[in-house]
Every structure is written in structure tokens, then in C-alpha cells.
Design a protein around this ligand. Sequence first.
Ligand SMILES: Nc1ncnc2c1ncn2[C@@H]1O[C@H](COP(=O)(O)OP(=O)(O)OP(=O)(O)O)[C@@H](O)[C@H]1O
Ligand SMILES: [Mg+2]
Length: 364
Amino acid sequence: MPVTEPQVLDALRPIVDPDFQKSIVELGFVKNVAIEGGRVRFDIELTTPACPVKAEFEKAARERVLQLDDVTEVDVNMTAQTRGRPAAPEGELLPHVKHTIAVASGKGGVGKSTVSTNLALALHQMGGKVGLLDADVYGPSLPLLMGVSGRPETTEKRILPLEKYGLKLMSMGFFVDEGSPVIWRGPMVHGLITQFLRDVDWGELDYLVIDLPPGTGDAALTLTQSAPLSGAVIVTTANDLSLIDARKGLAMFEKVNVPVLGIVENMSYFTPPELPDKKYYLFGEGGGRRTAEEIGVDFLGELPIDPRVVEGGDIGKPILEFDPDCDVANRLRDVAGSVVRKLAVMASAPPVADANITWVGDPS
Ligand SMILES: Nc1ncnc2c1ncn2[C@@H]1O[C@H](COP(=O)(O)OP(=O)(O)OP(=O)(O)O)[C@@H](O)[C@H]1O
Ligand SMILES: [Mg+2]
């Protein structure tokens, strides 16, 4: 007698998603069960293409179903449907973007652009459709970091993003000449940023990563107030000054009810190539983790200082492209994994009192 669908589902029930702490069957991840004699096929649909336990799920599912009587062959198809915010109301910005992630810092030069470019790349490599917006209109660094140049094509109403390494890219740097100083006044900045959000043809994206300008000035404020942000990642270094600035960044997001997904501590330690087991903490150890605990947000990890980050940046290759297997690249992928898992859980949670959220500044 061929196996039945309820038997297949019962066999899969003990597999629990660690983020949701529920069975993948209860979560509705198992879809399209098809049984032909001894052959069983089904999909497991995850909430993010970047699920870190994808391979484990697949293996466990196959093994469990294979143990059933009369099953000779199991075909598991792993898919993903990124759960994003609910369908955007008419006229809202970025209606086809499921998650918008801001990368911020209270202070300049701590590695915000490095984290945003590599975060975007990691999400793409995990299987997501990803865009990267360099919202640092005063000091756009994306063209250099990604090795892209040229003017984006524009039609009457739309600006087409450039593409590199599988990412859709937009930066003020595509419109101004390299080396010329960019001087914008407050209202102009507001206009530019809204144009990037409203007029750029991002298409359908799972994730749009936004590299915010440092601090809490005009451009950062416009963005936090007008973009539908799913969450923010705060980058800091371990010294006291930038930790204080990280707290300011946090306060800015709290004011506009944007959840802070966590803090990344960059340039935490150095490991000399000849001493691969050593970690020299140049600014003291554990500052980022302590600040995160103190202010009640997640700590997403420490990134080492690695000269190859600079080297890669100089030739338009983010570290995930330049040396994808090094420590800093692995840690950046872990950060990306934590971020998408948090977003997936948040998007599946019952909606919080949305009424508390006021979008300051009319985006239209
Ligand atoms: N982990 C790292 N190891 C070594 N160098 C790094 C690391 N992270 C960033 N850098 C280097 O530090 C410099 C500043 O980094 P980045 O441009 O990412 O910072 P930022 O916060 O975006 O700066 P800005 O405020 O100017 O926009 C760059 O030259 C970058 O290559
Ligand atoms: Mg930058």
C-alpha cells in the first residue's frame, strides 16, 4: 500500500524551525506533497532564501520520510518565499521591496559602507533578490567599493539602477564626477533621497540594503522618516566614543519606531597571519556586546581588522568577492544570516500596534 499524505506529514512533524520554535508542518512550510507508488515528492518553503538550516532541514526531511514503509525514493524541493511587510498601501514608497534594511552608525569611518555592501552581497549569495542604495549623498562610496561607474539610464519617470555582482545599485556617486565635492543643502538632500526611494526602478526585491550617511543629520533623518524601514543595523567600533554614538543612532530609530536588528562591532581585533590563533583586541574587548546588552538590542558579532578589506575596496571588490573564505567574510555572512532570520520572524509575528507609527515628512 502506498504511503499517505498524513503519514508523510507525521514523519516531518518532529522537524522544528529553531527561529519559530515550531514544527515545519505546523508552520505550513511543507507544500505540494505528491505520492506516486514508492516515490514521494514535496516542497519545503522557507521564509527566507538565506535560511542557515536549509541543508539540515532537507537532510532530516529526506531521512524521515525514507524510513516510512513502502517509500523507496524521496524528492525534497527547497524553496523560499520571503515574508515581508504586508502589501504596501497605494502610493507608499518601495511597494515591491519586501524588506528594507538601514545600515547606520553614529560616527563616520567605522565601516558602515563595508558592512552594507557585504551584507547585500551575502543576502544575494544566499539566494535573495537584493538592491543596495548608497544614501550617503555627501560622500558616496559605492561606485568605488563596487567598481561601478557610468550614468544610470533614465526614462521620463524612472531611474534604472546599475548592476554588479548580482546587486541592483544606486548612488549619488553615479551622477556626480569623481573627486568633485558634493554640497547639498537640507531641502535638496530630502528631495534626492525621496527620488532614490520613489523614482528608482528597483523592481521586486527581497531585501534593499541602505547605507545611511553617518550620524543623525538631514539625510539620515529623511530616510528613517520616509522609507518604510523593516529594521536597522548599527555599526560601531569598540572604543568608547563610537559606542556613545551608537547609542545616539539607536535613539534616532527608536523615535521613528524602526526596530534595531542589532549592533555589529567592526575592527574589533587583529589576527596576524603568522599567528592565526591570536586575536589582538586593539580598542578593548567586548565593548560592542556590553553596549548591546545595556541598551537591550542583539549583538550581531565582531569583525576583525583585515587589510584585505581595504585592498578589495580599492579595486572594487568587497571582501565577499575578494576573499570569500576569510574570517571577516565568514563573520559578515553570519551577520547577514542573523539579520534575515530576525526579519523573517518579525514578518511572521502578529502585527504590532501600527497606529503608534507616524511617518514624519510627506514622501510624495
Ligand atoms: N574590518 C575592516 N578591516 C580593515 N579595514 C576596514 C574594515 N572595515 C572597514 N575598513 C576600512 O575602513 C575605511 C572606512 O570604512 P567604510 O568606508 O566602510 O566606513 P564608513 O562608516 O562607511 O565611512 P563613512 O562615514 O566615510 O561613510 C575604509 O577604508 C575601509 O576599507
Ligand atoms: Mg560610507
